[in-house]
Design a protein around this ligand. Structure first.
Ligand code: S6P
Ligand code: ZN
Length: 192
């Protein structure tokens, strides 16, 4: 017998990305991403200030089971550690074959995608860009602009998070500022 969950709507504030009354709000400071930026000296120096790099508003209390969806907005603040732009931790999904869709809402960023072997793709994201994360790709978002970079994400409720692989190896390539513009370069800290 099918149990029918009641349909519902949520509100996303399109001026700032905030989901009012989101049951889950995560605030990630630089200290939560310690060791992930390429320039360790710049990272240590900025740790004294320990800025907030991004916030996640997770909107749903849907059951965390196969078949349901969860969704969130992420607000990444503008800034750099050395010449590397602020980014999210990045993760693979714990259930690797779960895909995801991002929709750019505000600002300018990149979605960095990586296979476990270190093949990297960078997709530019602007307001209105829908970016697809296919199954098995690790993903991280980066704010390369001077304003907040905000996007909406929708993902299978049971996808889960594997942060350990990224924390251990990082991404093979990183986004840095060169002559005032974002450029993808090899990550000197990447471990195969
Ligand atoms: C979840 C989805 C996003 C991220 C968020 C923060 O599958 O990809 O909601 O969780 O952008 O990134 P991270 O890497 O800290 O979870
Ligand atoms: Zn994800």
């Amino acid at each position: 017998m099918v149990e029918f969950m009641m349909p519902f709507t949520i509100d996303v504030n399109l001026q700032n990305g905030i989901i009012p009354n989101a049951p889950i709000v995560q605030t990630r400071h630089l200290s939560d991403l310690q060791g992930l930026f390429a320039d360790s000296a710049a990272e240590s120096a900025l740790l004294a200030e320990n800025p907030i790099l991004y916030e996640v508003y997770e909107a749903t209390e849907n059951p965390v089971v196969e078949g349901h969806l969860r969704y969130s907005t992420t607000v990444i603040y503008p800034g750099k550690v050395g010449d590397e732009y602020f980014f999210t931790k990045g993760h693979y999904h714990a259930i690797g074959d779960r895909a995801e869709l991002y929709l750019g809402l505000l600002g300018e960023g990149y979605l960095l995608l990586q296979t476990p072997a270190g093949e990297v793709h960078a997709l530019r994201m602007l307001p209105g860009t829908a970016a697809y994360v296919p199954p098995y790709w690790g993903h991280r978002t980066i704010n390369v602009g001077t304003e907040n970079f905000v996007f909406f994400a929708c993902y299978p409720a049971d996808a889960g998070y594997d942060y350990a692989s990224i924390a251990e190896k990082g991404f093979a390539q990183i986004m840095v500022e060169r002559a005032g513009k974002p450029e993808l370069v090899a990550n000197p800290k990447w471990r195969t």
